[in-house]
Design a protein around this ligand. Structure first.
Ligand SMILES: CC(C)(COP(=O)(O)OP(=O)(O)OC[C@H]1O[C@@H](n2cnc3c(N)ncnc32)[C@H](O)[C@@H]1OP(=O)(O)O)[C@@H](O)C(=O)NCCC(=O)NCCS
Length: 161
């Protein structure tokens, strides 16, 4: 018997029409996935900062969404000027299926095309092993100020492209 073949993943530039889906994915990922590594009160404040109207970075950054069967499963954001992977979020319902890896590889490919020789990421604690598996080296534990009232422990990581 054959294994069911899952539909292919398509990665494309995000548009403003994707904001609601992006918001729902980021909120769910923070509340479910990041909750395992951060205090409950920080996760609540963090998720509460989000709003579908706050994704102006769609225009300012290389911002992509990953779709399967016409449904957005995750998104990623690259700051090409700073050489930084700024975010990768995958819906908890789609986690562990390679979506995060596909988004990361796509952003790395884009970074190479831009002439970047290395990428940095300020990873959440829960995603450190994900980035490490993809060749990012732990540089330092840092405190990342999301807003004045919320500092998150993160890991600064770097990869030579
Ligand atoms: C980090 C994150 C983007 C990874 O996305 P993902 O689509 O689950 O990643 P992948 O499926 O490519 O890889 C997950 C790894 O865990 C394994 N895994 C197995 N079961 C899993 C499960 N139920 N959930 C998650 N990972 C699982 C996968 O096999 C894979 O291992 P591998 O890399 O050795 O093959 C996702 O967990 C996430 O959105 N986290 C919350 C947001 C966050 O912290 N983002 C980082 C901000 S810098």
């Amino acid at each position: 018997m054959h294994e069911p073949v899952s539909a292919p993943l398509a990665i494309r530039r995000a548009t403003l029409d994707d904001r609601q889906a992006i918001y729902e994915i980021q909120r769910a990922a923070i509340l479910e996935t990041c909750r395992r590594s951060y205090p409950e009160e920080d996760v609540t404040v963090w998720a509460g900062l989000l709003s579908p109207d706050s994704y102006h970075m769609i225009h300012d950054r290389y911002f992509v969404v990953a779709e399967r069967n016409g449904r957005i499963e995750g998104f990623g954001m690259l700051d090409e000027k700073e050489g930084e992977v700024e975010a990768i979020y995958v819906s908890p319902s789609a986690s562990g299926m390679g979506t995060g890896a596909a988004i990361l590889q796509h952003l790395e490919q884009r970074a190479r095309q831009c002439g970047l020789k290395e990428l940095k990421v300020r990873s959440t604690l829960n995603a450190e092993s994900f980035y490490a598996r993809h060749g990012y080296q732990h540089l330092a534990l840092i405190r990342y100020r999301l807003v004045p009232s919320l500092m998150l422990n993160c890991v600064e990581m770097r990869k030579q492209l």
